[in-house]
Design a protein around this ligand. Structure first.
Ligand SMILES: Nc1ccn([C@@H]2O[C@H](COP(=O)(O)O)[C@@H](O)[C@H]2O)c(=O)n1
Ligand code: CDI
Length: 157
């Protein structure tokens, strides 16, 4: 049996916060705002996994009203989501994700993000693909007001 899941997330770019995407701290003048470390890519992946396993969404598992998640490393959340999915007998087949950001240039960091995600999900590197795109200066991402991410995963058992 196979199941597919998709995830989407957005966080605002603000001054005075670190920019952490895919578990990589990226040098930039702004960072993403959130209750957690606001790792928009890992949140989209969490939602895709939860969606595939019919387990709801990230906010249901880790409420943003709960102080235990304040500034939490989203890699911790991703590993908890992996455990929730795999303990129900699912195996993660592959994952594809896109980060939508006008800036900064993410290409130099994609391999590091991919390695982090593969490690946290305990799957092979060639089962994980991360892409980046601008929106050609259009919309909130294009104006640099925020960064979005989308993810699709396939799970099987
Ligand atoms: N923040 C980003 C956005 C894009 N890239 C890379 O640039 C390529 C071209 O992007 P377009 O939006 O013009 O299609 C894209 O394929 C990415 O490899 C990036 O590194 N960082
Ligand atoms: C990750 C959580 C953790 O409290 O907080 P945020 O950083 O605000 O991120 P969001 O993508 O809005 O998901 C909600 C929460 O689960």
């Amino acid at each position: 049996m196979m199941r597919v899941g998709q995830g989407f997330d957005v966080h605002a770019l603000v001054e005075g916060r670190d920019l952490i995407i895919g578990g990589v701290k990226i040098p930039y003048e702004k960072g993403l705002l959130g209750h957690s470390d606001a790792d928009v890519l890992l949140h989209a992946i969490c939602d895709a996994l939860l969606g595939a396993a019919a387990l709801g969404d990230i906010g249901r598992h880790f409420p943003d009203s709960d102080p235990q998640y304040k500034n939490i490393d989203s890699r911790v959340l991703l590993r908890r989501v992996r455990d929730a999915v795999t303990k129900r007998g699912w195996r993660i087949a592959n994952l594809d994700a896109t980060v939508i950001a006008q800036a900064p240039k993410l290409a130099p960091h994609i391999a590091h993000m991919t390695a982090n995600i593969a490690e946290d999900l305990a799957i092979a590197l060639d089962c994980v693909n991360v892409k980046a795109t601008t929106t050609e200066h259009l919309g909130f991402t294009g104006r640099g007001e925020g960064i979005a991410a989308q993810a699709v995963v396939l799970i099987e058992r």
